[in-house]
Design a protein around this ligand. Structure first.
Ligand code: GLP
Length: 242
């Protein structure tokens, strides 16, 4: 695992956007796995700026989702499908045709999970998967104690994650769904390159356990230690307990 400490979130975003630019220059149709939450926003801003400046050609890029809430009505602004379309797909000038994600409103959620897991493989696998990290060390929505071999499946959110995410739902925890679909840790580990960005002091403990602790289901992000090409980018604050 490679750990890169940058001065701030903006610098982390620039660094990772540049890496995505290099990937797209030698593989224009690369499949980019994107994460939601606040942490990756500087990456999307920097990448969008590079595309608009003509420094990066993302016109053939394909985008795929990491996770999704279950049961939000289609088109809900906080469904991760809506978020990724708004924050990544549209700014990059792409269309829904180049985007794939799990169906969180499917009648048969289990079948939707299996279909998405299969679809990722059929699409040739994820070339670069962006990850954030939860304060409890989760990646995607793989909460502590998720199997390190898990596949895309339905999970129940912990109270802590629902509290953390309530800010996207008018600070009303009752609006935060209880269930989610997430790529499993085994699924995530199949991506060719994993890039985790963590910023702010609130992530320092989770980062320290991810990088320096044992590989353990209690800290799902520690599974990155098992991956041959994992990069953890942290700002000074998130690195403060390393
Ligand atoms: C959610 C997402 C994760 C993300 C995490 C941290 O739980 N499912 O993919 O990493 O939030 O979000 P933030 O970056 O806003 O702290």
């Amino acid at each position: 695992m490679e750990v890169v400490i940058v001065p701030d979130a903006k610098a982390g975003g620039e660094l990772i956007a540049a890496a995505i630019g290099r990937l797209l220059s030698h593989k224009p149709g690369a499949l980019l796995g994107v994460a939601t939450g606040s942490s990756p926003l500087p990456i999307y801003e920097a990448l969008t700026a590079k595309v608009r400046a003509g420094e990066v050609d993302a016109s053939r890029a394909r985008i795929c989702q990491l996770d999704e809430y279950v049961g939000l009505p289609a088109g809900h602004p906080e469904s991760y499908r809506s978020v990724v379309l708004r924050e990544v797909v549209e700014p990059l000038g792409l269309t829904e045709a180049s985007f794939m994600g799990p169906d969180g409103s499917a009648e048969d959620i289990q079948a939707a999970c299996e279909a998405y897991d299969r679809a990722l493989g059929e699409a040739g696998g994820v070339d670069l998967q962006l990850l954030g990290i939860g304060t409890d060390g989760h990646i995607g929505f793989n909460e502590p104690c998720s199997s390190l071999a898990s596949r895309t499946r339905i999970k129940t959110l912990t109270e802590q994650t629902r509290v953390d995410n309530a800010r996207f739902f008018d600070n009303d925890i009752d609006q935060v769904p209880h269930h989610v679909i997430t790529q499993g840790i085994g699924t995530i580990l199949e991506a060719r390159h994993l890039v985790l960005l963590a910023t702010g002091e609130g992530k320092a403990e989770a980062v320290a356990q991810t990088v320096e602790g044992p590989v353990a289901a209690l800290v799902p992000a520690s599974a990155l230690q098992l991956h041959p090409h994992a990069t953890v980018v942290v700002d000074e604050a998130a690195a403060s307990k390393l």
